[in-house]
Design a protein around this ligand. Structure first.
Ligand SMILES: NC(=O)c1ccc[n+]([C@@H]2O[C@H](COP(=O)([O-])OP(=O)(O)OC[C@H]3O[C@@H](n4cnc5c(N)ncnc54)[C@H](OP(=O)(O)O)[C@@H]3O)[C@@H](O)[C@H]2O)c1
Length: 175
């Protein structure tokens, strides 16, 4: 079982603008059947985790809840749950949640959807194995950070998918 952080980023390491906009990302050309694309990735995922801002973005923008996997949402607040969604709220230590996700996922892998600070909390606990990043051809200058930690990584795969430079990294530990 592998825990992945799979995300798109600006070239300068931001996954959203300060206003939580992804317009810079959604306008890019991407082949969903191409290398390191989302449809093949999500097939191997049995449970996912995300922070409150990411969850609120999904609720506001996606056309209905698209995840069939159980999702753990980290928040200190009470947030709505879409009809039919398997959403479980959590707060604090990620280790208990990781254990519950592992049990729920069976033979499948885990996905930390974001944001970067939450992925960092999994890395702090030694529970983040792989980072997949699709770098869009933009710089944002500021915004929500990709991964605000100092980590040593090993590059295990690289590809171009139309506008995106895609890298897959193994997490070796703290730098
Ligand atoms: N580019 C991409 O592919 C991509 C991927 C994922 C996300 N995004 C975007 O990136 C942005 C990420 O936002 P963000 O940096 O604010 O990160 P986030 O992880 O989505 O949300 C942060 C919030 O999660 C809650 N949280 C995190 N850890 C917690 C813990 N251990 N216990 C309890 N609550 C915890 C807190 O919410 P409260 O205290 O307010 O409850 C915190 O303010 C969003 O706009 C999202 O849509 C982009």
């Amino acid at each position: 079982m592998t825990t992945h952080y799979f995300t798109a980023s600006s070239l300068d390491g931001f996954i959203a603008t300060p206003e939580h906009s992804l317009d810079w990302l959604l306008k890019q050309d991407f082949d969903t059947r191409g290398p390191m694309a989302y449809p093949a990735f999500i097939e191997q995922i049995g449970a996912l985790a995300m922070g409150a801002s990411t969850y609120e973005w999904v609720l506001a923008h996606d056309e209905g809840w698209s995840y069939r996997q159980p999702a753990w949402v980290f928040s200190h607040r009470e947030l709505p749950v879409p009809d039919g969604a398997d959403v479980r709220f959590a707060r604090g230590d990620v280790r208990e949640v990781h254990a519950a996700m592992t049990e729920a996922a069976g033979d499948l892998d885990l996905w930390v959807v974001g944001g970067g600070e939450l992925a960092g909390q999994f890395a702090d606990a030694g529970l983040l194995d792989e980072i997949w990043v699709q770098f869009a051809p933009v710089t944002l200058g500021q915004g929500a950070p990709l991964l605000p930690r100092a980590l040593d990584l090993e590059l295990v795969d690289v590809a171009r998918n139309r506008a995106f430079l895609c890298g897959r990294y193994r997490v070796l530990g703290a730098l």
